[in-house]
Design a protein around this ligand. Structure first.
Ligand SMILES: C[S@@+](CC[C@H](N)C(=O)[O-])C[C@H]1O[C@@H](n2cnc3c(N)ncnc32)[C@H](O)[C@@H]1O
Length: 561
């Protein structure tokens, strides 16, 4: 006898059959609850690269453009919604479809989606004690519960009334609001506007005719490049990553995409290493296509982006075992600052106020005009709140440069204590010798790193010490080998168990640094990506001007004597 779960699947599949233009008979929507994966797509036959799995017109997806809510009130609702951010608008549009129930043209689709807070395992729904288990992961700063609550107060009831549907305010309790927002977080896609797709196609056509690329190759490349779930676009659009929008500049009318619920495309589960299908945006159609050969019996996986387990848990409520292909830990600026403050105060014990000196160094490096002009893509400067540490010893260029500059400044000051004492008296004076030297060291370090991929022994040592301070903030049993990662994700895992998996993966990224994986090796050449230079040799480059000035001064003194 079929269960309510199966009945919902059957109705959904027949909705798909009657609404989509093409649905390949080579896959089925399967019940993967025994693997803790809900529904998913399984291949019933072998599928080749480039093969279309399903294809459908744009009006089958739910977004601001297509939703029932925006058609109400003689177009007035459209004008109101278009001024809202992507999240706000889609939350209201989806909530309204849920109120419509069977009257919604998406009902058989909406009916298979999670809709209440109990259906979610994402971090938004962990209580304070459970979240405590995730310390010291920086994912705790990214949950955004307060922001979501502020969005709620802004939209409910005011916007529900303005949109002429006060019953939306009755429906959207705070819990329901969190549930709809979380549904959008884990199911929506950012779908490019038609004109964006057209422009991209025109560019691609021009490129390929210039380069004479073989047609099939081009088609495959294009599929591979298509963006998948909305959350993949984090780097491009940070503000869009939560429910915070609300100021006029974040209105969806300025965006080149629409956050959308995409039936069936969102039935695919994800895996960072096993991804074998991606969503392709065409002028008036969307299509899911295989990007790898898929064997009969295999699951068809999408990607939700290059996310570490902490982010997969935060947004989607599961983890990949043993690890995601994109794990990272991070080192907060505070850890770096404290490390150098301690080091400076130990070495320069007779110099007053070294804590402030280190803060000033960071200010000057952060405000470096040279770096601002040279690093075009780096708007925020190189002094940022946190630095990601990827697995295998891969580091952010900003982090490498910051440590190179700070370690070089420390080593330089150490060469001449009298000179450092003099500089230390001028730390707050604009255009002082202190400022000039810091700027000069910054430029030199950047040039040596950028042009010759050079780091120093001192930078390597500081990196290890700083990483070691950060790793010490994690529970001991995750560092000393006592803990073993479980074999597979299960929905009934305790939240402490899930937190351990996330933290262990972060510890492993940090451990890679302590195990000497930095500098990592380039895949193509097999050579280390950076050359480690002795401190003396490196300092010669940085201190050259000072030495020349010292010599000049000493020659003058000799002449006077
Ligand atoms: C876009 S939906 C995919 C379809 C979903 N399985 C369903 O039944 O509706 C994303 C959700 O699927 C689940 N999911 C996706 N990939 C998974 C995986 N590799 N392992 C476990 N759960 C996964 C998570 O609950 C996630 O929030």
């Amino acid at each position: 006898m079929s269960t309510p779960f199966d009945q919902k699947t059957t109705r959904f599949v027949s909705w798909i059959q009657s609404n989509f233009d093409f649905v390949s008979p080579k896959f089925e929507v399967a019940d993967l609850r025994s693997q803790s994966q809900g529904r998913g797509l399984i291949a019933k036959e072998d599928i080749s690269v480039g093969e279309t799995l399903f294809e459908f017109p744009r009006d089958k997806i739910i977004n601001f453009d297509s939703s029932t809510l925006s058609q109400l009130n003689d177009g007035k609702n459209r004008d109101i919604l278009i001024e809202l951010g992507q999240w706000d608008a889609l939350i209201l549009c989806v909530a309204y479809e849920l109120i419509l129930g069977k009257e919604s043209r998406w009902w058989d689709y909406l009916n298979i989606l999670p809709q209440s807070v109990e259906d979610f395992n994402t971090l938004m729904f962990w209580n304070d004690d459970e979240l405590e288990k995730l310390k010291p992961s920086s994912v705790l700063d990214r949950i955004g519960k307060e922001d979501a609550e502020m969005t709620y107060s802004r939209l409910v009831p005011e916007y529900c009334n303005r949109l002429g549907v006060p019953k939306l305010a009755d429906f959207l309790t705070l819990d329901k609001f969190h549930a709809v927002a979380s549904l959008i977080m884990s199911y929506s896609f950012d779908v490019d506007h038609v004109d964006e797709v057209d422009a991209a196609e025109r560019d691609q056509a021009a490129d390929s005719s210039e380069a004479g690329i073989d047609e099939i190759e081009q088609q495959q490349g294009q599929q591979g490049e298509e963006d998948q779930k909305s959350e993949e676009d984090d780097d491009d659009d940070d503000d869009d990553d939560d429910t915070r929008s609300g100021d006029a500049s974040s209105a969806l009318k300025f965006d080149s995409y629409l956050k959308s619920m995409v039936p069936l495309a969102d039935t695919l589960n994800a895996n960072t290493t096993l991804v074998n299908a991606t969503l392709h945006y065409d002028h008036d159609k969307l299509a899911m296509k295989a990007i790898k050969p898929i064997n009969k019996g295999d699951q068809i996986f999408n990607t939700y982006g290059d996310l570490p387990n902490s982010e997969i848990m935060r947004k989607y409520g599961y983890v990949e075992l043993p690890s995601s292909a994109a794990e990272f830990a991070d080192i907060p600026l505070t850890v770096i600052t404290q490390y150098y403050q301690k080091k400076f105060s130990e070495t320069f014990s007779t110099v007053k106020n070294v804590d402030h000196i280190v803060e000033r160094l960071l200010d000057l490096i952060g405000q470096s005009e040279y770096l601002e002009e040279t690093l075009e893509d780096n708007e925020g400067g190189i002094v940022i709140e946190r630095y990601e540490i990827y697995s295998g010893g891969e580091l952010l260029p900003e982090f490498i440069l910051l440590l190179l500059i700070l370690s070089t400044l420390y080593e330089s000051f150490k060469t001449d204590l009298k000179w450092f004492r003099k500089l230390a008296r001028q730390v707050d004076r604009p255009e002082s010798d202190f400022e000039i030297f810091v700027n000069r060291a910054t430029v030199k370090c950047f040039q040596l790193l950028d042009q010759r991929s050079i780091v120093t022994e001192a930078m390597m040592e500081d990196l290890k010490q700083i990483t070691s301070s950060r790793i010490d903030e994690y529970p001991r049993y995750l560092i000393n080998g006592e803990y073993k990662l479980p074999a597979e994700f299960k929905l009934d895992m305790t939240r402490k168990g899930l937190a351990d998996i996330i933290l262990k993966n972060e510890v492993m990224c940090l451990q890679d640094i302590l195990d000497g994986k930095f500098p990592p090796v380039a895949v193509d050449s097999g050579e280390p990506k950076f050359e480690v230079m002795s401190n003396e040799k490196f300092l010669k480059n940085v201190m050259k001007r000072k030495q020349e000035e010292d010599e000049k001064r000493s020659r003058k003194r000799h002449r006077v004597n």
